[in-house]
Design a protein around this ligand. Structure first.
Ligand code: PEP
Ligand code: CO
Length: 449
């Protein structure tokens, strides 16, 4: 394929309806910003995207498990060393629990370093009789409820790029620079062990790992894998101007990759088969995820496979189901059955968050930890019954001790929600709830084998 024809195809989405795109006041400003982004260095390399695709192919084959997670919406002010380290630490602890207690290699994918744009169910927000545009993520407008802050500002796309770069740089340093060494498994937990039952349970497991490491060392084995981890970035490819501007032709293969993240996904609200998002994603060579909610039909899922993975490349396409605890056991079986009969294999991941959101009497958007666990349990039950592989979980979490989801080992009740409710969008599991979940999922995984 010549570069010119590749470029033409990369812009084919422009002729199609694109849901959830912000309206910008000044097209000239958008052009200037995207021209700048198009010259900016890549955040990830094509070869790394291919490596993640290989790891996801292992997941398709039933030989690895995905742990994907992070904030619902990252914020510019949240791109600090402390916040990133806390998220990463929690992800590493969860991964250790899953690897050790679930005995499975874990593919670690942050919902980080680019998750700055949100689809919204309503274009406006009304508070006390005042109507303003809805918050669409820091890449588009501000969270504060004022006309100035809620104005869509294309220059924010540049800031999203720079915050992604800073965050990814920290993630790379933390995961390769010694911090993620398995011998640090206790250190990640130091500030947590005294205050939390999940932290104490984790500590026990970390001691077991210490003993196993000492044993292996005594045997003369000290593999490279123990000293760092592979970490991948991902976000929803929502803002097509941004994603297009960060798409580059890989010099090795001549193929286009979206270098804003290793993996990008298409959301539940933007997965229309004839829409711009599916068209754009069909042209880039990154691993792609698609969220599937309870209204999806098996035919739609098959058509998505046709559009996004016509060559049946393992690891290219991941379905992230988000059915809700009450519906997963009914909605998932026929979907998986038809897809596995008729199409190339996909990886199946469970997002137990987005089908389980409700409003507490206090007005806080929240989720019950028990519903989250129940949806994952349903996901495992269905896969077990069908003989297919439960390939992973996709969660919204933070490394801080927020009070956004109710329940968990360190029970948070609805009246506690106001104490530390900090999310810019959906409620996240806090560190203790995330670790609790990891222990439960590890057990489910072991039983499902
Ligand atoms: C999300 O992941 O934050 C999200 C909006 O999910 P979905 O597209 O599944 O609703
Ligand atoms: Co969300």
């Amino acid at each position: 394929m010549s570069i010119t024809s590749a470029t033409g195809e990369l812009d084919a989405w422009r002729a199609l309806p694109a849901a959830q795109q912000p309206e910008w006041d000044d097209p000239e400003e958008v052009r200037a910003v995207t021209a700048e982004l198009a010259q900016a260095p890549p955040l990830v390399f094509a070869g790394e995207c291919d490596q993640l695709k290989d790891r996801l192919a292992d997941v398709v084959r039933g030989e690895a498990f995905v742990l994907q997670g992070g904030d619902c919406a990252e914020t510019f002010t949240g791109s600090t060393a402390d916040a990133v380290r806390n998220k990463l630490k929690t992800l590493l602890q969860m991964a250790v629990v899953l690897t050790y207690a679930g005995s499975v290699p874990v593919v670690k994918i942050g919902r980080m370093a680019g998750q700055f744009a949100k689809p919204r169910s309503k274009p406006v927000e009304v508070r006390g009789g005042v109507t303003l545009p809805a918050y669409r993520g820091d890449a588009v407008n501000g969270f504060d409820f004022t006309p100035e802050s809620r104005r869509n500002d294309p220059r924010r796309l540049l800031q999203a790029y720079h915050c992604s770069a800073v965050t990814l740089n920290l993630c790379r340093a933390f995961t390769k620079g010694g911090y993620a060494d398995l011998r640090q498994a206790h250190a990640w937990n130091q500030d947590f062990v005294a205050s939390s039952p999940a932290g104490r349970r984790y500590e026990q497991l970390a001691w077991e790992i210490d003993r196993a490491l000492a044993f292996m060392k005594a045997c003369g084995a000290d593999p490279e894998e123990f000293h760092g981890v592979e970490f991948y970035s991902s976000h929803e490819a929502l803002l097509l101007e941004y994603e297009r501007a960060l798409t580059r032709i890989d010099s090795r293969s001549g193929l286009p990759y979206d270098v804003s993240a290793h993996m990008v996904w298409i959301g539940e609200r933007t997965r229309a088969l004839d829409g711009a998002h599916v068209e754009f994603a069909s042209r880039i060579r990154n691993p792609i995820g698609v969220k599937l909610g309870p209204t999806v039909s098996a035919d739609e899922a098959l058509a998505l496979i046709d559009r996004l993975n016509p060559d049946g490349e393992p690891g290219r396409l991941t379905f992230i189901t988000r059915m809700g605890a009450g519906r997963i056991r009914d909605a998932l079986p026929s979907l998986i059955e038809k897809v596995s009969q008729n199409a190339a294999p996909v990886a199946w991941i469970c997002d137990p968050m987005h089908g389980n959101t409700f409003e507490a009497p206090s007005g806080h958007k929240t989720r019950r930890f028990d519903d989250v666990v129940d949806e994952v349990a349903g996901f495992f039950e269905v896969h077990r019954a069908l003989g297919t592989h439960p390939g992973g979980i996709h969660i919204e979490f933070t490394g801080d001790d927020v009070t956004e989801c109710v329940g968990g080992g360190h029970e948070i009740v609805e009246d506690d929600l106001h104490q530390r409710y900090e999310t810019a969008c959906d409620p996240r599991l806090n560190r203790g709830q995330s670790l609790d979940l990891a222990f439960m999922v590890a057990e489910m995984y072991r039983k499902a084998r």
